[in-house]
Write a protein that binds this ligand. Structure first.
Ligand SMILES: [Fe+2]
Ligand SMILES: [Fe+2]
Length: 259
């Protein structure tokens, strides 16, 4: 809801009435008299209720807006009854319409202010899988690879949550799979280079994940399983514990080999 445009639209009613008077138009006075038919009214009684219904400025805006439409409805009726002089007088300063119009304007501005403050205080929505210092193994190339993997797991998770098509999701999963394989290869090359004692054990863990994901892709392609966020939960948990339990040992060995 754009409250700036709501403000403008309500201010425009005066001009609309004056035009109707000079063109001797008929107006839908019953709808004009209702406070839940215009865009602002629908928003006030609809989606904003749950979010901002408890705010004083929301309650006030509703009350003032109701009076505004009541008064506007009276003018529209006067125009329909061809009481043009009377209608024109009702639009003047120091009239109930003018008062209601000014108060509605102020109420919208106050509501906008409170809605904006409220939005600014809302915590930023967190990613599904956030990188944290705890995950740093202290080796730049491994950390960078892991950051990229986390990003790709988030993309995969978002694609599923947004209900993207099967083709898009399997493409995202495939990219993740390719990058994971390349990352594992980089780690394994390092292990060979430093003649890492835990090489076999570490490589077996990589291979296990690779075959799990391969099976997953096959089952997906054959329509045996449906993708759910359980898959991204699994990938997140796997990477998280693999980094903490396995890659940290490797990074420590790499740094020891350097010294
Ligand atoms: Fe690893
Ligand atoms: Fe790794």
């Amino acid at each position: 809801m754009n409250l700036d445009s709501a403000l403008q639209k309500h201010a425009e009613w005066k001009t609309k009435f004056r035009t109707a008077i000079s063109n001797k138009e008929m107006l839908d006075d019953l709808t004009i008299a209702k406070d839940n038919c215009c865009e602002l009214g629908k928003w006030l009684y609809g989606e904003s209720e749950a979010l901002y219904g408890m705010l004083e400025s929301h309650k006030n805006c509703k009350a003032k807006h109701k009076i505004f439409h009541m008064e506007a409805g009276k003018i529209a009726t006067a125009i329909n009854l061809k009481k043009y002089t009377e209608a024109e007088a009702m639009l003047g300063t120091n009239t109930p319409y003018n008062k209601a119009s000014n108060e509605t304007g102020i109420a919208i501005v106050q509501l906008k202010k409170e809605v904006d403050t409220n939005a600014a205080q809302q915590p930023k929505s967190e990613a599904f899988f956030d990188w944290s210092d705890e995950l740093s193994v202290g080796n730049q190339f491994i950390d960078n690879d892991h950051k990229k993997l986390i990003k790709m797991i988030n993309n995969f998770h978002n694609a599923m949550q947004e209900g993207r098509g099967k083709e898009v999701i399997s493409k995202v999963l495939n990219n993740l799979f390719i990058y994971t394989s390349e990352h594992f290869k980089r780690e394994e090359d390092e292990m060979l280079r430093i003649k890492y004692a835990l090489f076999e054990d570490h490589r077996r863990k990589h291979q296990q994940l690779i075959s799990q994901v391969e099976n997953l892709q096959t089952d997906l392609d054959n329509g045996k399983i449906m993708l759910t966020t359980k898959v991204s939960d699994f990938l997140k948990d796997w990477l998280y514990s693999h980094i903490l339990q396995t890659d940290k040992l490797l990074a420590a060995a790499i740094s020891k080999a350097k010294s």
